[in-house]
Design a protein around this ligand. Structure first.
Ligand code: SAM
Length: 213
């Protein structure tokens, strides 16, 4: 059984309609709504570039992103090891996060594709790799929206490094688990990165960091 991410905020799991059904408990409906609101802001603002999700697991968020992108010409790119979580580093240490272990949250690429097909969405570009092994050519040259949900310090920092220079003016980056004491590496990666990189605005909602660049 995959570990459930304990969040510091209450988590709404009630799916009211079929299209709102969540494929896993790795993200709450209220967080999905925030992510979608941020994506809508980018779309309404005609920010150029494609959309990326690092750490897609079974596609819980990906299905919503893909649906919202359907009327647009933007491509959705999904990245995952499909081998579950890597080893923790020192920055990830937390007594509250003992349940997160190497290899947890393993979904196969086949499982993800099955879920995306069942949802009836256009198939995204899916790349199986450790984030640290991805090259600049693996990410779209222009990115309007990024959702980072790799849980650990390196799993947030590596994608930040990879995408930063490709973010279009006005792009948004949403990072999950920023306010999750069980996964302190996410906030450490974001805070360290933002010390040296200019942004337009930063705020936290639920456990999400929302970065407007
Ligand atoms: C919390 S889950 C993602 C949940 C997903 N965003 C959703 O909405 O259901 C974290 C995922 O990140 C992947 N992951 C974590 N660190 C990674 C890394 N360094 N390289 C590749 N994949 C990684 C894991 O395999 C796992 O599928």
């Amino acid at each position: 059984m995959p570990v459930k991410k304990p969040k510091t905020t209450s988590r709404m799991r009630v799916a009211t309609t079929n299209t709102n059904r969540l494929l896993s408990d790795q993200v709450s409906l209220s967080e999905i709504n925030i992510i979608r609101r941020e994506l809508a802001r980018v779309l309404d603002g005609h920010v150029p570039g494609d959309v990326v999700e690092f750490g897609c697991y079974v596609g819980t968020t990906s299905v919503f992103l893909a649906r919202d992108l359907a009327p647009t010409s933007k491509t959705l790119y999904l990245y995952d090891s499909f081998e579950g979580l890597p080893d923790k580093t020192g920055e990830d240490a937390s007594p509250a996060g003992e349940q997160f272990k190497t290899g947890e949250l393993l979904a196969t690429k086949a499982q993800l594709i099955k879920n995306l097909r069942a949802a009836g969405v256009k198939m995204p570009v899916i790349k199986k790799a450790w984030f640290s092994d991805l090259a600049p050519s693996d990410v779209p040259p222009e990115i309007s929206f990024a959702y980072l949900d790799g849980d650990y310090y390196r799993s947030i920092l590596d994608p930040l490094k990879l995408i930063w220079n490709n973010l279009a003016p006005g792009a948004t980056v949403v990072v999950d688990d920023y306010a999750n004491e069980a996964l302190p590496g996410a906030a450490r990666a974001v805070d360290g990165w933002l010390k040296n990189h200019q942004i337009e605005s930063f705020r936290v909602e639920n456990s999400l960091a929302i970065i407007h660049t």
